[in-house]
Write a protein that binds this ligand. Structure first.
Ligand code: FDP
Ligand code: ZN
Length: 280
């Protein structure tokens, strides 16, 4: 696992660099010197693939950017799903973006998950690694330094409701409003990584991305986004559900399957369960 962790750290530093130096607006076009440039998310995908290729313990990787999984080392034990640059459209407006990693042993699937990790590229680069505990690291002078353990409180103050409101179910809207009526504050940047990171570090709250009339299975991808964050939230003392049951008890049929998802502290998730068991 240490080698996997090291490979993620190396990837994160290279991705940070790629974000910093990337020419804006030249994606898949010729740049001023006549060479074709790669889209930033593709470039980040290649960086991660390159770093995991060096780790013999990694059996297979699956990227949000690619349709199929790719075997790297037949004798390895880890299967890693990753979203190389989540929220990549936010780079253009200089908001935070992130990389997400789900680490499985013996095969993909929530039941095989043994660790997960994400990196936030914001004013600072931070990494959160969840195994038995959830630990925060900060990139400082070229290295990731341990900062602290992250624990969620029982009840938070932030509400991050995803999805197009126009397509929300009426009971979902009522539930979201009920939190605002209780004094919760809206925090939603449109980047899953910084939005969930904020709730974790500010003690708690609710991030929701429900099934909607146009997308009954939600938008966020199980293997690349939902399972890794569900693992982080549970290990930090919170909960992660699809409306009724634990996200980490969901299976998947295709690598790119999505799921409605709710991440939060215990108090908020109890309300989601109450509302969704009566309606969903
Ligand atoms: P994006 O499509 O910009 O990569 O990965 C999906 C995601 O971003 C998440 O980061 C984010 O939480 C969500 O989409 C935002 O979706 P909406 O714009 O529908 O709120
Ligand atoms: Zn994503």
């Amino acid at each position: 696992m240490n080698q996997v962790f090291d490979a993620i750290q190396r990837s994160a530093k290279r991705i940070k660099n790629a974000i910093d130096i990337k020419d804006i607006g030249y994606s898949q076009q010729e740049n001023s010197s006549g060479e074709t440039q790669l889209q930033l998310d593709i470039q980040c995908d290649m960086i991660i693939e390159e770093e995991f290729s060096k780790v013999a313990a990694v059996h297979t990787i699956s990227s949000e950017e690619k349709e199929h999984a790719e075997e790297l080392h037949a004798d390895g034990k880890y299967f890693i799903s990753y979203d190389p640059l989540d929220g990549s459209s936010l780079v253009d407006v200089n908001l935070s973006v992130g990389s997400i990693f789900g680490i499985y042993e013996g095969g993909f699937g929530a039941e095989n998950m043994v660790a997960s990790c994400y990196v936030v590229y914001g004013p600072r680069v931070e990494m959160v690694f969840a195994q038995n505990k959830v630990k925060l690291y900060l990139l400082q002078a070229g290295d990731f330094e341990y900062v602290k353990e992250i624990r969620l409180t029982e009840k938070g103050k932030l509400n991050a409701p995803g999805g197009t409101q126009q397509n929300w179910e009426p009971y979902h809207k009522e539930m979201v409003d009920s939190f605002f009526k209780e004094g919760y504050r809206l925090r939603y940047s449109g980047g899953m990584v910084p939005d969930l990171h904020q709730i974790l570090l500010k003690g708690g709250g609710l991030f929701s991305y429900p099934g909607t009339s146009d997308k009954p299975e939600g938008k966020l991808r199980r293997l690349f986004e939902v399972f890794p964050f569900a693992f982080v939230y549970e290990k930090a003392g919170g909960e992660a559900i699809d409306g009724k049951g634990r996200l980490l008890e969901l299976g998947y049929r295709h690598l790119h399957d999505t799921s409605p998802c709710f991440f939060g502290s215990k108090y908020e998730i109890a309300r989601v369960k109450e509302v969704y068991s009566q309606n969903g």
